[in-house]
Design a protein around this ligand. Structure first.
Ligand code: GTP
Ligand code: SPV
Ligand code: MN
Length: 580
């Protein structure tokens, strides 16, 4: 009898013939399997147990020093037509990409075990979820996939039922930056990644599947795959509003997703649904519904502390994997911003010496199940998703961009998202702190032409009868001394509070050329009286600066040529006219 798993079985055989592993292990996701893999990695020195008293079942992984972040210049979308990938992606002709990858994969698993990792992105029983299978020769990848996705037997059972899954082939290869490629073949629902063991390059369920391939599928099927956190914000009356927010890498999603309200706001509570990826579907009532396809956090360590993100610290007390952090003398994980303590060893295992730079790598990360987070809500397992009241875009901009503004309507909101820009961070290799356009925080992750993506976003103006409102925030304004003007973190709730009041038609706004801003007195700033004049700066609209910004946005959109929807160009013209 033929089974729906035959396709999977024959692909696994085909990959084994190409890569020549010593053994094949089908992952079931059990606790016993986890322990076996951990023991193997500890024996090989790939995992170092951390202090069992303070951090039971936690491990440190030190990656190859040249393999610490996503590699956007080595990431390709391989569609038949280059225009389908668009100027926002690196493109390679599929046959050429296949030849290149086949040559790299040939015999690469000799002496290694090949792991077959079935996984489900999203609640196992949700119609919105999608399955994949990652084949990898890295047990570290398996251990991370087990936390980040619903991995193992239940996913395999769903694949057997549906017969449809995204194929991902990964090998760490030689960890040689010269032999490193992350290839996507959206037309074949195929991902091939070689030469890196780092998160976004190697955990193929995450950015490769849940964003690049899924965004392609979402466009064909009428939904959205986004680089967004999802949170529920409960007010003192007990009502919860869900919002989704897109900020570029290392720009505050995890922190906003786990926000603890300031002491001035008793009765408020923030519930975490997701911290990085959001799949949005039009629901039966004409609203937009969100699921988090992931089941864990792969979060930035530096800057995380009891003061800035207590929920993250409380999540990380046990069963966590730390990658490229430093350690204290008593073998606890440590990073810049965690405490005033002195680390003993840096991320490369050397005795700590400030002359060598930060003790923890600026892109050091933790992997941990979202279920351990004190603010986790079981709504994250709701197969129908949660209804979204507001969409928030945001970036890291030290000047010009106000603390918060609201788009005039959906079309203007799409322009606001498409126009986003942010200072680059250590999440990807390359220069840090350079302002670049990052539409909807999807520049590194949209699996197709941004011009078509903007059109797809616009189409939801018709698809939905109850549209979420769209906002833009910026927590990162700085004063002349380079200090942040806004306290950020827990105090960001005050901005969310205004956003929700807007959604409920409870508060007014000032109309400006760039959108609607809160009046000073509309923001609940009790306890922040010391901010003084900073508030005025945070809420000012510098028309001259925005004229320049609008011109740059115009040039950016023109870079996508005629494919840019005329509606978006008209929206931009209206913005430019309002700024005259
Ligand atoms: P990815 O996982 O790369 O997609 O990043 P992310 O968007 O989840 O970023 P994350 O929340 O991990 O924050 C990245 C860095 O920004 C950390 O060092 C945080 O401490 C810092 N950060 C987050 N929120 C704020 C804020 O409101 N104000 C300031 N000043 N820094 C913040
Ligand atoms: C990001 O870079 O946006 C991340 C980390 O969330 S990674 O999984 O490496 O993409
Ligand atoms: Mn991310």
């Amino acid at each position: 009898m033929t089974s729906r798993l035959d396709v999977l079985n024959s692909w696994v055989q085909e990959v084994a013939q190409l890569t020549k592993p010593d053994a094949i292990h089908w992952c079931e996701g059990s606790e016993a399997e986890r322990r076996e893999l951990e023991a193997l990695m500890v024996e090989r020195g790939e995992l170092l147990p951390l202090n069992p008293q303070t951090h039971p079942d936690c491990f440190l992984h030190r990656s190859h020093p040249s393999d610490v972040a996503r590699v956007e210049h080595l990431t390709f979308v391989c569609t038949r037509h280059a225009d389908d990938a668009g100027p926002n992606n690196h493109w390679m002709e599929p046959a050429q990409a296949h030849a290149k990858m086949d040559a790299l994969f040939a015999g690469c698993m000799r002496g290694r075990t090949m792991y077959v990792v079935p996984y489900c992105m999203g609640p196992i029983d949700s119609p919105y979820s999608r399955c994949g299978v990652e084949i990898t020769d890295s047990p570290y990848v398996v251990a991370n996939m087990r936390i980040m996705t619903r991995m193992g037997s239940p996913a395999l059972a769903r694949i057997e039922r549906e017969g449809r899954f995204v194929r991902g082939l990964h090998s760490i290869g030689e960890l040689d930056p010269e032999r490193r490629f992350i290839m996507h073949f959206p037309e074949e629902l195929l991902i091939q990644s070689y030469g890196s063991g780092y998160g976004g390059n190697a955990l193929l369920g995450k950015k490769c599947h849940a964003l690049r391939i899924a965004s392609w599928q979402a466009r064909e099927e009428g939904w959205l795959a986004e680089h967004m956190l999802i949170v529920g914000i409960q007010n003192p009356e007990g009502q919860t509003h869900y919002v989704a927010a897109a900020f570029p890498s290392a720009c505050g999603k995890t922190n906003l997703a786990m926000l603890i309200p300031p002491e001035t706001h008793p009765g408020w509570k923030v519930w975490t649904v997701g911290d990085d990826i959001c799949w949005l579907h039009p629901g039966p009532d004409g609203r937009l519904y969100a699921i988090n396809p992931e089941s864990g956090f792969f979060g930035v360590a530096p800057g995380t502390s009891r003061k800035t993100n207590r929920n993250a610290i409380d999540t990380l007390g046990h069963d966590a994997i730390f990658t490229n952090v430093a350690v204290t003398a008593d073998n606890r994980p440590w990073w810049e911003g965690l405490s005033d303590e002195h680390p003993a060893k840096d991320w490369q295992g050397r005795d700590f010496d400030p002359a060598n730079g930060p003790a923890a790598h600026p892109n050091s990360r933790f992997t941990v199940s979202m279920r351990q987070c004190p603010s986790f809500t079981p709504e994250a397992d709701n197969p129908r998703g949660v209804p979204i009241s507001a969409i928030i875009f945001g970036g890291r901009r030290e000047s010009l961009v106000p603390l918060v503004f609201e788009a005039r309507d959906w079309k203007h909101g799409v322009l606001v998202g498409a126009s986003m820009a942010s200072e680059t961070t250590a999440a990807a290799t390359g220069a840090v702190g350079v302002v670049r356009r990052d539409s909807m925080a999807m520049k590194p992750f949209c699996g197709y032409n941004f011009a078509d993506y903007f059109g797809h976003w616009l189409s939801f103006g018709e698809r939905l009868t109850r549209l979420p409102r769209i906002f833009h925030v910026n927590w990162f304004r700085k004063d002349a001394d380079g200090k942040f003007l806004w306290p950020g973190f827990g105090d960001n709730l005050r901005v969310l509070q205004w956003i929700i009041a807007r959604c409920k038609h409870e508060v007014g706004a000032v109309e400006t050329p760039i959108g609607h801003l809160p009046r000073h007195e509309d923001l609940d700033l009790r306890g922040l009286e010391h901010l003084g004049e900073a508030v005025g700066k945070l809420l000012a609209v510098d028309t001259k600066g925005w004229r320049r910004e609008a011109d740059e946005i115009g040039e950016y959109l023109a870079g996508f040529g005629d494919r840019v929807p005329s509606e978006l160009r008209e929206e931009h013209s209206r913005l430019r006219a309002r700024l005259c």
